[in-house]
Design a protein around this ligand. Structure first.
Ligand code: 6R9
Length: 648
């Protein structure tokens, strides 16, 4: 353990109010893996079923086919569980606190109001011809209508596919066409940090691309009032929805009916549309939200993610609302108008639980402790971290400065594919070690596996795999089940492979070490190096490109690009700028290169494979330990790259 990783034992007041203590966790965990049917049958009772499930688990991790089903004969509706069932007991409680980009703008929506609005929205979608099973793409700002749109889809059994509002028209088009969406819901513009992003214009551009003529209607929420072009398939949200009835029966959905698709990057190919289904996902999101954040009635809970990512799905919308929580939704960015904004929002809305990303913490930390002076944050009781490994220094700062030293900090490891939190402390049960995600959640059986597929016991470091199914797991890749099996279940027979490296210490605690594949994690956003490379080689000046991550103080990883130009092309600073713009336009601003280095040649094996290991070391300025370069076709390429390293 590093010197920073001192133990933070469970405090007695935290243990006293928590759902489970240490013994409770151990007993429940044991039952969850030894008698999973009993365990999950009992947990399933926390949801409202139209037809209670009798078949609890029917899961097969292969080899061969992979088939995962939970509660398959049960019927339920997600929006009913998130709204209707709360009306009798907490109809007047605030469901969503919305905080605008502008600090003077906020809004509170009760469960009763949200229910009525979602019903109207659902009726509007029906009027546009949306049926059970149809796919609806959402490309929206962080406004309440985004959560309403999600819930309205679930109410009528439509499948939503949210595309993060920072993605480019091309990225949006690819996702619309892959999922054959019939409707796109968007806004005129989004507002972040005082800047406007032309969402409707991006949709118009996306719909000019091949493969998008599946879209019949574009539903537009008026957010800023900015100018938009109008065509025959466009429809204003307020004109359609305001006149609808506020009653709409919730469809009885099968537990294994699809709930949503969410695209994420892998090490190869185009982004994959992970398919999540209804019953298991909702149960897992709700249960992890309750236990990991030790959520109790009356708590004000804030997750700073965007609904365009899985964290926003599970921990802004579905988990909290299924538990009848008050969930805060923030439109803006942490640095606007000042770096004190996060603390000010906590004070303004008396937030008790704050769930955010290490990159946001490091960005604040860079300004020194005084950055938090504009707020008291006395309401805070618990902190959470997600998206990438949190280094012990950032952990301690988050705990000491933002949390004033008296809030447990839960570091939660999970993925788009897992649907909900997999490895994390439970506040009343688990002593904390800064930098460790600690112990598995109920039903989760992690394993460390070496490159030959041997399971390692005890203190060890290896590749992180999961041995058996859990209810929140993605069931497939939309339209390509073979790719799902290939990506996640072919590395190790019979196991789900996460793509992450991990270490287990003497207390059985897990320490995630980061991706072991060609996936980057930049400010908590997942990106495939292959996607960025294929964007670059499509540029007329580029012959070849290789993309690697390198350690970045704030972003965790930065994007370092090696570019070989076509013969006769001059390597200029203007061209670097042009390539940066090219990638931003192609994928989106989150894929902005941090460093571009001209590479007359790339280090390749004799069989022509680029040796990324070497490129990663050069980018990280670790050129002393390059290892064996004798297998390279032309070893002199390496010296040339070291000499002209761009990141000094
Ligand atoms: C929820 C989410 C998943 C990848 C994952 C891992 C990294 C997420 C982490 C973490 C260390 C944590 N990751 N949480 N690494 N500690 N607490 O982020 O989903 O966008 O699919 O990313 O993020 O590398 O494999 P997603």
């Amino acid at each position: 353990m590093s010197e920073h990783a001192k133990l933070h034992p469970v405090a007695s007041d935290v243990a006293a109010r928590a759902w489970v203590d240490r013994e409770g966790y151990q007993a429940m965990y044991k039952q969850s893996v030894e008698a999973p049917d009993d365990f999950w049958a009992e947990q399933a009772k926390t949801l409202d079923w139209f037809r209670a499930p009798l078949i609890i688990r029917n899961t097969d991790f292969g080899p061969g086919n992979v088939d995962v089903r939970w509660f398959e004969d049960g019927q339920l509706n997600v929006s009913h569980n998130c709204l209707d069932r709360h009306l009798a007991t907490r109809g007047d409680q605030v469901a969503i606190i919305w905080e605008g980009d502008d600090p003077d703008e906020s809004q509170s929506i009760t469960y009763r109001e949200l229910h009525a609005r979602v019903c109207q929205f659902a009726n509007g979608l029906k009027e546009l011809g949306v049926n059970r099973g149809d796919v609806v793409t959402l490309y929206m700002p962080m406004i309440p209508e985004a959560a309403m749109a999600m819930l309205a889809c679930t109410r009528i059994g439509a499948v939503h596919s949210i595309v993060f509002g920072g993605f480019s028209p091309d990225a949006l088009a690819g996702r619309i066409s892959d999922s054959s969406s019939r409707i796109v819901i968007t806004a005129d513009e989004s507002l972040r940090g005082g800047k406007r992003v032309p969402l409707k214009e991006n949709v118009d551009e996306a719909l000019e691309r091949d493969g998008t003529d599946c879209v019949d209607h574009v539903l537009v929420v008026r957010r800023t009032g900015g100018d938009v072009q109008w065509g025959s398939r466009d429809c204003w949200f307020h004109e359609l929805v305001d006149r609808q009835s506020s009653e709409c029966p919730a469809e009885a959905m099968g537990a294994e009916d699809p709930l949503f698709i969410l695209y994420t990057s892998g090490s190869t190919g185009t982004p994959k549309g992970l398919k999540h289904t209804t019953g298991g996902y909702l149960l897992y999101a709700a249960m992890t939200h309750r236990y990991v954040f030790d959520y109790h009635d009356g708590d004000i809970y804030w997750c700073t993610a965007d609904v365009g990512w899985v964290t926003g799905h599970s921990y802004i919308v579905y988990g909290p609302l299924a538990n009848g929580a008050t969930t805060l939704m923030f439109e803006g960015v942490p640095s606007y108008p000042t770096h004190g904004r996060i603390g000010e929002i906590i004070d303004k809305h008396q937030v008790n639980i704050l769930y955010t990303a290490p990159t946001a913490v490091r960005a604040l930390m860079a300004h020194g402790d005084a950055v938090m002076d504009s707020s008291s944050r006395d309401s805070l009781r618990l902190l959470g971290s997600v998206g990438e490994p949190i280094n012990p220094e950032a952990w301690e700062w988050f705990h000491r400065v933002i949390g004033k030293g008296n809030c447990p900090l839960v570091d939660t490891w999970w993925q788009t594919e897992t649907g909900g939190i997999m490895i994390a402390p439970l506040p009343g049960a688990t002593d904390l070690k800064p930098g460790s995600a600690t112990l598995p959640f109920f039903g989760v059986q992690p394993a460390l596996v070496d490159n030959e597929g041997n399971i390692l016991e005890g203190v060890a470091e290896g590749n992180l795999a999961i041995l058996d199914s859990w209810p929140g797991q993605a069931r497939s890749i939309w339209g390509n089940h073979e790719r799902y099996i290939q990506t996640y279940f072919s590395t190790y027979d019979g196991m789900y492979f996460t793509g992450d490296g991990c270490r287990r210490d003497e207390d059985g605690y897990y320490w995630i070490t980061g991706r072991v594949d060609d996936v980057l994690n930049v400010s908590g956003h997942r990106m495939g190096t292959a996607e960025i490379e294929s964007s670059l080689v499509a540029h007329e000046a580029v012959a070849e490109a290789a993309v690697v991550g390198y350690p970045h103080d704030i972003k965790g990883q930065g994007i370092y690009i090696y570019v070989t130009l076509n013969d006769g092309i001059e390597p200029t600073d203007e061209l670097k700028k042009a390539l940066t713009q090219w990638v931003r336009k192609d994928i989106g601003p989150i894929a902005s290169p941090d460093v571009i280095q001209w590479a007359p040649g790339l280090p390749k094996t004799r069989s022509g494979k680029i040796m990324r290991r070497i490129l990663r070391k050069i980018a990280a300025n670790e050129t002393d330990g390059l290892g064996d370069t004798s297998t390279l076709a032309d070893p002199s390429v390496v010296d040339e790259l070291i000499e002209h390293r761009a990141n000094r």
